[in-house]
Design a protein around this ligand. Structure first.
Ligand code: C2E
Ligand code: CA
Ligand code: CA
Ligand code: CA
Length: 279
């Protein structure tokens, strides 16, 4: 009886109902955010470690809320997924990233490719392949300009569908990366079946460099796995030069992180770095 009373109290606790209100407000604001032109895409460089040149950029969405300011995707992407409006947002990001890529190419900017994060619903529904084809056509882009990032958990949610869709995209020439690699608690068997180009080593392992020998061992293993499978490896969340030195020594191909640049609006993009970066 005591437990029940406590639960009942918690259910009506002001903090919770305030939370519910926030959520409701957030939900109604998020609905149509794309249509009201409140979404922005920031771009974070992906750098070749050998020579510091720019391979490409990752497109990361932001929501410019009228009163909250710039809301980070960690706050609204999960909500958008639950609400079922992630499709609208994802379609907008893909289109905008392709539009920006066209603009860079017209300015003769050497941004090799733009990586877009896929959502579960994009992979589960049948529109993705057509949407990608339409965007590439509209902006007259070679498919090699576009990279799609999928997480292991996204793959495992619908493995057969993922294989089918990614295979079609691969045939078109689109590049495919596994995002947050090593954090998905999944078996590695999908690596044999999926047409992949790149493994993105999760930031949590990169943070271990110089601090935790186990984390370093995992990074070495991922780089070795990538090499044997013919996949490039990209280290995420690189913040320090010591991390770059370790990654170079171990043969990692690419890096992305605040050391090189935070995600920035397209006009603030930097195109080359000294590698390893000089202080
Ligand atoms: P992600 O795909 O793993 O993206 C990398 C995140 O790490 C980005 O956060 C980026 O700003 C952050 N980051 C990059 N370098 C560093 C670093 O050196 N240190 C630290 N501490 N963080 C770094 P962001 O932009 O807040 O995005 C968070 C997540 O939201 C993304 O994680 C991705 O899962 C999701 N997301 C972002 N844009 C989209 C999108 O257009 N569609 C979908 N479906 N998801 C998106
Ligand atoms: Ca990503
Ligand atoms: Ca990631
Ligand atoms: Ca992540």
């Amino acid at each position: 009886a005591k437990t029940q009373g406590r639960n009942a109290y918690e259910f009506f606790a002001p903090s919770l109902s305030e939370g519910v209100m926030d959520r409701l407000k957030m939900e109604s604001a998020l609905r149509g955010a794309a249509a009201r032109n409140e979404l922005r895409v920031h771009y974070q460089p992906q750098v070749r470690l050998r020579d510091g040149s720019l391979l490409g950029v990752e497109a990361l969405v932001r929501w410019e809320h009228p009163t909250l300011g710039l809301v980070s995707p960690g706050h609204f992407i999960p909500l958008a997924e639950e609400m079922g409006v992630i499709g609208e947002i994802s379609a907008w990001v893909l289109h905008e990233a392709c539009r920006q890529m066209r603009a860079w190419r017209d300015e003769a900017r050497e941004v090799g490719c733009v990586a877009v994060n896929l959502s579960v619903q994009q992979l589960e529904r049948d529109m993705l392949v057509g949407m990608v084809r339409d965007c590439l056509e509209e902006f007259d882009l070679p498919a090699q300009c576009l990279e799609l990032e999928v997480t292991e958990s996204l793959i495992m949610r619908a493995p057969e569908k993922a294989q089918l869709v990614l295979q079609k995209l691969k045939v078109m020439g689109v590049k495919i990366s596994v995002d947050d690699f090593g954090t998905g608690y999944s078996s590695l068997s999908y690596l044999k079946r999926l047409p992949l180009d790149r493994l993105k080593i999760d930031r949590s392992f990169v943070q271990d460099i110089g601090l935790d020998a186990n984390g370093e061992a995992i990074i070495r293993a991922i780089i070795g796995l990538g090499r044997s499978l013919g996949l490039e490896t990209l280290a995420e969340g690189v913040e320090q030069q010591d991390q770059v030195r370790f990654l170079l020594k171990e043969g990692c191909d690419l890096a992305q992180g605040f050391l090189f640049s935070r995600p920035v609006p397209p006009n603030q993009l930097v195109f080359h770095w000294d590698c390893p970066p000089i202080t």
